[in-house]
Ligand binder design. Sequence first.
Ligand code: CDP
Ligand code: MG
Length: 876
Amino acid sequence: EVENSEETNTQDTSTGMEREQVKKTDSDTVKSDEKTAGQCDTEGKGNDEATDTQREKNQKAESIGKRERKDSTPAVYVPVERRPEIQESRLQLPILAEEQVLMEAIRENPVVVVCGETGSGKTTQIPQFLYEAGYGKDAMIGITEPRRVAAVSMSHRVAHEMNLSQRTVSYQIRYEGNVTPETKVKFMTDGVLLKEMQKDLLLSKYSVLVIDEAHERSVYTDILIGLLSRVVPLRTKKGNPLKLVIMSATLRVEDFTQNQRLFKIPPPVIKVDTRQFPVTVHFNKRTPGGEYLQETYRKVCKIHRMLPAGGILVFLTGQAEVHALCRKLQRTFPSASGAQVKNTTETKETKKTKKDQKLPQINLDNYTIEGDADQADDGILEEDIDLDAHIVGVDDEDDMDDSAATATSDSELPMHVLPLYSLLPPDRQQRVFLPPPEGSRLVVIATNVAETSLTIPHIKYVVDTGKVKKRFYDKVTGASAFQVTWVSKASADQRAGRAGRTEPGHCYRLYSSAVFSDFQTFSPPEIARRPVEDLVLQMKDMSIDKVVNFPFPTPPDVEAVKAAEQLLVQLGALQHTAKPKNPKVTPSPVVTPLGRAMARFPVSPRFSKMLALGEQHGLLPYVISIVAALTVQEVFLPSSGPAVQTEEQQELKDAQRRVAQLKKTWAGQGQSLLLGDIMVLLRAVGACEFAGCTKTFCEENGLRYKAMTEIRSLRALLTNAINTVCPGAKVYVDPNMRPPTELQAKLLRQIMLSGLGDRIARRVPAEQISDKAHRFAYQSTSMEEYVFIHPSSVLLKIRPEYVIFHEIIETGKPYMHCVAAVEPEWVPLLVPNLCTFSEPVQDTPPTYDKDTGRVRCHRTSTFSKLGWQMPSVECD
Ligand code: CDP
Ligand code: MG
């Protein structure tokens, strides 16, 4: 209905999406489902029928209430004294009608799933129901949120509604919280609860846990649900039951309910129906490209000037965009108090953050820092956006006069513009819930936190850019960056639905219906997109040892998990315990201190090991640059081309000769030269940064401009992420990065070896080579065939005996790219997990070290995969 029309059409967002039936699982579900179905049928019918359904529902609830209890949990009523106006507004929420059914289901079942449209009152009301039912008497009621903004905001709201202080209804987010010994209701991020489970797996302080926004399927939420599926039966066995409530804004919950490995008995699903008014969806005829922000501005102006009263909610992707639009709108439509305008646009905090970052202004439109699940819209690193550029006209179908977009007039209705994003301080977040000043129009410029986490009242118009910032992972380094992409159809519908909460509304989609029809139906769970190696290490770091058997709602590939474990053992991040507790069970490797250090870095394990060691030796800025450079493909222009025939080709040839000469200079001598192509990369990054990363510099020096700008963004991204996860590191992107000293170059070679230990190659002795084509061949662990140093490498003529490489690419021959020399005696020391060691050798007697209490001896070693004899080393 919506898809095939460029014209205005009406979509009932409450029923238009996800009319999937949740499979009925047991008697309880059947009851609540029947009721819901009954209620759905009355949609659009007269009031009488609706009242009938209500009566029916009450009767059903009563009959359930009278049934015998399966569970011994006492129903102690804890009175709450709410203010009359609060009580009145609560009664409007659809969830209130379900209280009895819901609480009965929770009493009778260890796990309950609640599905209800955003705004139906799940987050604010269910914790109150639980509190009133006595779940907070001897233990806490815990609620997890994937976003910090929701944890903070909801704890305030619930405390306010219950007329209790934040000493009783509190929150805890990563670095901040107000939990006291009196806390009964605790809102927290899912990451915080995972950390708590590391200390107390049974979560004995809680009587009930509510996992909110489960439909978002963040990795942490998935892991939490997996863990809790095991904790709940354990607590029942102990006679101290723990209740688990999974809340979702959509009906797509079969990964939780129909997953035998997760819950043997499928949990009942309670559906909450929401009164939703029709929302008219308008598509743009043309989809704006990069200028969607200007288009958003234009649309908001038009709505404000032409359409009747009602709040406008705008969906953008990040903090910088939110501020840019707020600023621009506030300048066009000054609000009643000018002081507030200034205050809203640039907070002291953002200014301070920017100064503290010490980062150059770089183009990071699409990138922001990595870290918590909700940092997509923190945008600390985002560039300031200037929206004063020319406003581009776009044909659309919104029946509004185009001149309204850019016209200015003095007798404008004031606009009450408010920003909303994850890192906005709590008191400022709260402002979106208050009615706007008399006679002004509320305009909330938000990131996707307003999609399902927070419901803003008084919204009649939604302007949807259709964009969201999502984390993408680099296949090579596992470094992740947030990039702006299209949302899913489900998200777009959720956004539209925000306009029809209190009366019929309008949603303006700034993209065409053709673009919409290409959207994914749902976004896949984060676990399906995340590299498995990183996931395994993270989980081991949380002391979840058996990742292969872990009851994931959506499990990753078992073989991939096993391969990841193997790589992590080889890298020394995991270790097999000496004595398995139960000899019958194959032991799973456990995390080592090195693994813990690695787990903090947001890149794949090979590279996080390099970073962890780089940090240890004060070489982080170099290692960050190397990781960034290795992530980007083809930094240099190709070094060999077609035979010279034309003048142009001759020019290219000359340029290539210059590049080869430059590489030679950059490689230098001694240790520096032995660091080989890695050294060249480092010098290229340093020189380019010093020159301000200009196109001219890149062209003159045979560097690909696009690659260099990517490296630049990645360096900033990684630096920032590392400062977030290890505040002690205090790294920054130095525009004058000096080349490493001899000693540093040697250490860097060792660091590279420790990360790329299995990508090692040894030169085949000349006497073993009969075929001339195999001259200077190497034997590697990666393939049976001989491999060769790529002709563009600065080590081509040096031909070190042992080298490590970043990758092998077949172009005519299997060539090793990004090569550095390593010393054979480092191999048993730095990659011991790939070596086998002999008994202590006889000719060097063992020694005893009084200080450490260790006996040291010498053992010879073999590089096990290929049987290379390595030098003997001193061992314990
Ligand atoms: O969780 P769910 O999306 O089902 O709804 P909710 O977040 O509990 O919101 C229920 C109602 O409370 C909505 O109408 C919100 O606008 C309102 N609310 C509010 O007025 N002030 C807050 N700080 C939070 C919610
Ligand atoms: Mg909610």
